[in-house]
Design a protein around this ligand. Structure first.
Ligand SMILES: Nc1ncnc2c1ncn2[C@@H]1O[C@H](COP(=O)(O)OP(=O)(O)OP(=O)(O)O)[C@@H](O)[C@H]1O
Length: 369
């Protein structure tokens, strides 16, 4: 449906060094798919969206939509609808006129336009402000008008830049559900930008994680959590973040022994390693290992955790503590009775470890549950 091939974006500003905002981006998005572009501020999400919409040129590479190369077409010819981060509403027009404006080019009857505007206004809860002008609206209201103006159109692709960033949490959750319903019901293909993991997980079929202009991994939430491609994704996705430990590598009888400070060692049998991973371990002195807080068992096991903090969140305990010189966070669904300073047994099983090579790429994932 949407094919992004080897796209780069470099901004040149007079008197300043060039900014390489997007690097060698390759993505394939399927028809009817909802995709989140997720990453921290400045990682290239908005630049990517604006290149697809045609408001920024690509520095190199190509973009095709429904088999049509679009990267050299003007925005109006791309059949792409976009809701902008800065809303971009027309100040002299009312909300109703702003939304209807996007439909004028589609040569629809007046009654059809009125009906569509009313339907989308109801969906994003702006029926009461249809006759207001943008300057009289709050940021959250303007954001919903901008969203309505994009979603009301007939387009091959919908691009939504931080579509709900200004809304209070309850309304955001309600609209998220409704928008997902609308997109699914109409089989609309959409890409939205967010830096909120919960939003990405709730709305998207697949999540593209970006950092420093580079696509780190493009997969569903489960895959990102269970099979992170590299250290960045491993530490960025998941709450609380994955525990990462520096270990020294030594060959052992049936594989490798990874030692993380005094009293913490993991035996990794060779049979759990692909040939490339074995080779990487054989050549490394030190590697990083990662373990999800949910995979550290508290209350039993060989290791000892000196508790630093223990919080019960209503449905899970978050226990932070020091273990063999490392600060670890563990999450369990049962209530843990330990207080700061207490020492509790815990288990870190080698099969629950993700191993990362010296280049940061994951060379072995934790065993699937
Ligand atoms: N028009 C421009 N001219 C020069 N540099 C730009 C321009 N637009 C963006 N940049 C730079 O390109 C990089 C990527 O910016 P971009 O807005 O795409 O990131 P982002 O992930 O969407 O960030 P945010 O979440 O803060 O909107 C940043 O370093 C930014 O400063």
């Amino acid at each position: 449906m949407l094919e992004i091939r080897n796209v780069d974006k470099v901004y040149h500003t007079r008197g300043k060094p060039p900014v390489h905002a997007v690097r060698a981006l390759d993505m394939d998005i399927r028809s009817g798919e909802i995709v989140a572009l997720l990453g921290s501020s400045g990682c290239g999400k908005t630049s990517t969206l604006r290149m697809i919409a045609g408001f920024e040129s690509v520095s190199s590479g190509s973009i095709a939509l429904a088999q049509r190369p679009i990267h050299e077409l003007p925005p109006a010819k791309r059949r792409v609808a976009m809701a902008f981060e800065g809303y971009s509403l027309y100040p002299p027009l009312t909300v109703r006129e702003n939304i209807a404006f996007a439909l004028k080019a589609q040569q629809l009857s007046r009654s059809e336009i009125a009906q569509r505007v009313d339907n989308i206004a109801r969906l994003v809860e702006i029926e009461d402000i249809l006759d207001s002008h943008p300057r009289a609206l709050s940021g959250g209201q303007q954001q919903r008008v901008s969203l309505a103006r994009a979603l009301v159109r007939d387009a091959d692709l919908y691009l939504l830049d931080e579509p709900m960033g200004q809304l209070e949490p309850q309304l955001r959750a309600v609209l998220r559900g409704r928008i997902k319903g609308l997109l699914a019901e109409r089989g609309m293909t959409a890409i939205f930008v967010t830096h909120d993991q919960t939003e990405a997980s709730a709305l998207a079929d697949r999540i593209a994680v970006m950092e420093d202009g580079v696509l780190q991994q493009f997969a569903n939430e489960r895959e990102l959590k269970n099979r992170p491609a590299n250290l960045f994704v491993a530490s960025f996705i998941g709450e609380p973040p994955m525990n990462l430990l520096e270990t020294t590598v030594r060959r052992a009888e049936a594989g490798f022994r990874l030692t993380a400070g005094s009293g913490m060692a993991f035996d990794i049998p060779s049979q759990t390693l692909a040939p490339a991973a074995q080779q990487a371990l054989a050549q490394a002195d030190r590697i990083k290992v990662g373990i999800r807080p949910q995979r550290i068992a508290i209350g039993s096991g060989e290791a000892r955790l000196r508790v630093v903090s223990n919080q019960w969140l209503g449905d899970q305990s978050h226990v932070a503590g020091e273990c063999a010189g490392h600060l670890l966070v563990a999450v369990t669904s049962s209530r843990v009775a330990a207080r700061p300073g207490d020492v509790v047994p815990c288990a870190l099983d080698a099969k629950n470890l993700h191993l990362f090579g010296t280049d940061g790429l994951c060379i072995r994932h934790a065993e699937a549950r």
